[in-house]
Design a protein around this ligand. Structure first.
Ligand SMILES: [Fe+2]
Ligand SMILES: [Fe+2]
Length: 247
């Protein structure tokens, strides 16, 4: 069993940022001690150096391994330079026991729209091919691959979402982790679970949305997703896996 915490859209320097929620989040994550914390972008508001410094001060307080991918806000004002300096590559592969995780930057400088981009696909194929037989495959990127209900007018879906979905399905990816819309949601697509994390620490919310983060349990047989809210309530989804590749 592997446990992953998935947070997104913390926007530490925006006027919507709620420091008390960040304090609570840090406590919750450190208490839960997952095998990995995934932060799927929009750490900042405008991608400026001082915002990254703030973000880093907060994220340094997580006492668990961290995988971070940038969001559209983080690539504003050439912010991806600071991202690389503070968090490393925008493209990464992380291995946990029986779980192979590939993360890719979907942001474009100064654009809200996302795209993985054709030049990245050879790397993506190689990164997914590097999984061990029987591994559960996970893909992380900021922008959403499918429309999310309760998110208002659809925009900024990945421009190459169709191509990307096909690559992920062809490689037998079982789990996708996205952010961006600030709306927690899960879609089942083919055999794949697509999880959108809400905003973990802001009140930039649509309708009656609430800040939240996701706690996931991954095993060979199933994935369980819990969208957790700060009043202690949660939305839970249990997804049995049909394994395609024998372990
Ligand atoms: Fe955001
Ligand atoms: Fe975003």
């Amino acid at each position: 069993m592997v446990r992953i915490c998935h947070i997104s859209d913390i926007h530490v320097s925006s006027r919507y940022f709620q420091p008390e929620l960040m304090e609570r989040l840090i406590k919750d994550v450190n208490d839960a001690a997952p095998d990995l914390l995934v932060l799927s972008g929009d750490l900042t508001e405008r991608g400026l150096a001082f915002e990254y410094e703030q973000a880093r001060r907060w994220t340094d307080r997580f006492g668990v391994p961290l995988l971070v991918t940038p969001g559209n806000h983080d690539s504003r004002n050439v912010g991806y330079v600071h991202f690389e300096e503070m968090y490393g590559s925008r493209y990464s592969v992380v291995r946990l026991p029986g779980v192979h995780i590939v993360a890719a930057d979907s942001s474009e400088p100064d654009l809200d729209e996302g795209r993985i981009g054709r030049s990245i696909y050879p790397w993506l194929h190689e990164a997914l091919d590097a999984a061990e037989p029987g591994d559960l495959k996970v893909f992380v990127t900021h922008h959403h691959l499918l429309p999310v209900p309760g998110a208002g007018r659809e925009r900024n879906i990945l421009q190459d979402a169709g191509d990307l979905l096909k690559v992920l399905v062809d490689h037998g990816v079982e789990l996708v982790l996205n952010g961006h819309k600030h709306v927690p949601w899960v879609w089942r697509f083919e055999e794949m679970l697509i999880v959108n994390a809400g905003t973990a620490t802001t009140n930039r919310l649509r309708g009656k949305g609430r800040p939240s983060y996701a706690a996931l349990q991954l095993s060979r047989e199933s994935i369980t997703v819990r969208h957790k809210y700060y009043d202690g309530s949660e939305d839970r989804l249990h997804h049995p896996l049909k394994r395609r590749t024998p372990a």
